[in-house]
Design a protein around this ligand. Structure first.
Ligand SMILES: Cc1cc2nc3c(=O)[nH]c(=O)nc-3n(C[C@H](O)[C@H](O)[C@H](O)COP(=O)(O)O)c2cc1C
Length: 168
């Protein structure tokens, strides 16, 4: 284990936040992490929004099914992908995870909230006036953690094979 793997393994989804604002420098550096993600053909087909307006946070939360806690977050990132880029979903998922890990490295908690495949994706795009060429991939509410719920993880050795899969 090293510092980076410890950071990665120490991340947990955070759904309760303190109201304190998140340092601008942390936000900007986490976005830089997001846009350093790998992308197919290096297209970088994304658009990242940062929503801090309380009314807007409330409207986004209301539109989601499992993201009502967004209304209580000090901010919410929105990751959009260019629909015409063949691998926009993979690319934007890589950016989302980089964003989350970048935030976590500064002690800022967050939670991936589904966007792609959700019926509310178009409503959120329209709410934020984002051009039609983009589609919502993920929402990432963020803030200083006020509570951490540890998710149970499957046993790694049951999820991995080396060289060739062997039936038990
Ligand atoms: C594609 C995706 C969509 C998710 N959507 C939601 C969501 O809508 N609401 C939510 O509370 N958590 C959501 N999560 C977070 C997962 O519930 C969480 O990652 C999982 O329970 C494991 O917990 P951990 O992140 O603490 O390891 C989502 C995660 C992913 C990767």
């Amino acid at each position: 284990m090293n510092v980076i793997t410890a950071v990665i393994k120490g991340r947990h989804s955070i759904r309760k936040f303190k109201q304190a604002p998140v340092d601008e420098a942390f936000i900007h550096d986490a976005i830089e992490c997001a846009v350093h993600a790998p992308t197919a053909m290096n297209l970088q087909p994304w658009l990242i929004g940062v929503v801090r307006d309380k009314v807007m946070l409330g409207k986004i939360a209301e539109l989601t099914d499992h993201g009502k806690f967004i209304s209580q977050a000090p901010l919410c990132f929105t990751v959009f992908g260019e629909r015409t880029a063949k691998y926009y979903l993979e690319d934007c998922c890589a950016a989302t995870e980089n964003l989350i890990l970048g935030l976590h490295s500064y002690g800022v908690g967050s939670c991936w909230v589904a966007g792609d495949k959700k019926e509310y994706a178009e409503d959120i795009r329209k709410l934020l006036d984002v051009p039609e060429k983009y589609t919502l991939v993920s929402l990432v509410p963020a803030g200083l953690p006020d509570d951490v719920a540890l998710a149970t993880k499957k046993e790694t050795k049951k999820l991995v094979f080396f060289d060739q899969f062997k039936k038990e």
